[in-house]
Design a protein around this ligand. Structure first.
Ligand SMILES: NC(=O)c1ccc[n+]([C@@H]2O[C@H](COP(=O)([O-])OP(=O)(O)OC[C@H]3O[C@@H](n4cnc5c(N)ncnc54)[C@H](OP(=O)(O)O)[C@@H]3O)[C@@H](O)[C@H]2O)c1
Length: 236
């Protein structure tokens, strides 16, 4: 049985991913900013201590052994440069802490756990097309956090592959969740789809299928890979 911790599993991609993993027989502990049910641990990543508490609780729920960590939780909140100085900086602090630092803290706990137990492990990071391409003028922080996540992922992959600790990243473009919904509406809705050769945004289940493959099936030689899922809107 594979024990998995999925962050941000209350909605969107994380929820689809938790379902997809459970259907494959994995034992999943979920997470959200607040606990909603007995299978979901509440930890608000705005609090710097929250990732540590989450890791400890998830480890206890999984009887002391986690095999896969999925860093999925994220915030996509606009911060135009016309905001007040303090407002703009606050938005940076929140976005970097929730989207990058929390994922780094959890990844560190995971690597230490696998080193201490001598076990293999996998981390899957849900990054973004923005980490390669950049984002809107109101989302410098989001793009920077996702670019940072990709660099961190590659570092982890290179550092620990010899110990059986593997790292994979998925870089979705627009995906049909509440996160993208408001944004698509604010940027002209369907007109934005003209930028996507596939003609539609991704479904959460598509991103979940890729992440499930990385978590359970991907060959070890794939460690360090970043898998794009953006309808060919940004082909590298
Ligand atoms: N949707 C897209 O177009 C898209 C594109 C590229 C990449 N992504 C990435 O994919 C991941 C999932 O996105 P999504 O669209 O599924 O998002 P979503 O529907 O908005 O769900 C976000 C998840 O993150 C959790 N979260 C948000 N703020 C948090 C905080 N302060 N502390 C702890 N957890 C927090 C939420 O928990 P609560 O329910 O408690 O708020 C929720 O479970 C994110 O990392 C996102 O950046 C999404």
């Amino acid at each position: 049985m594979t024990n998995v911790l999925v962050t941000g599993s209350s909605r969107g991609i994380g929820r689809a991913l938790a379902q997809s993993l459970a259907e494959r027989g994995a034992r999943v502990v979920g997470h959200a900013s607040r606990s909603t049910d007995s299978a979901t641990i509440g930890a608000d990543f705005r609090d710097p201590l929250a990732p540590q508490m989450l890791w400890q609780e998830a480890l206890a729920a999984h009887d002391g052994q986690i095999d896969v960590l999925i860093n999925n939780a994220g915030l996509f909140a606009p911060s135009p440069i016309s905001d007040s100085d303090i407002g703009w900086m606050d938005a940076w602090e929140d976005t970097l802490r929730i989207n990058l630092t929390a994922a780094a803290q959890l990844s560190r706990f995971a690597v230490l756990h696998w080193q201490e137990t001598g076990r293999a492990g996998r981390i899957v990071h849900i990054a973004s097309r923005a980490g390669h391409r950049g984002d809107s003028p109101a989302h410098w922080h989001y793009a920077a956090a996702k670019g940072g996540m990709l660099a961190m992922h590659k570092t982890i992959a290179r550092a620990y592959a010899s110990e059986g600790i593997l790292s994979f990243a998925v870089a979705p473009g627009f995906t049909d969740t509440s996160m993208a919904g408001d944004y698509l509406e604010s940027r002209g809705g369907p007109a934005l789809l003209a930028d996507i050769p596939l003609g539609r945004v991704a479904e959460p289940e598509e991103i979940a299928a890729i992440a499930t493959f990385c978590a359970l099936d991907a060959p070890a030689s794939m460690t360090g890979a970043v898998i794009d899922a953006n309808g060919a809107s940004y082909v590298r």
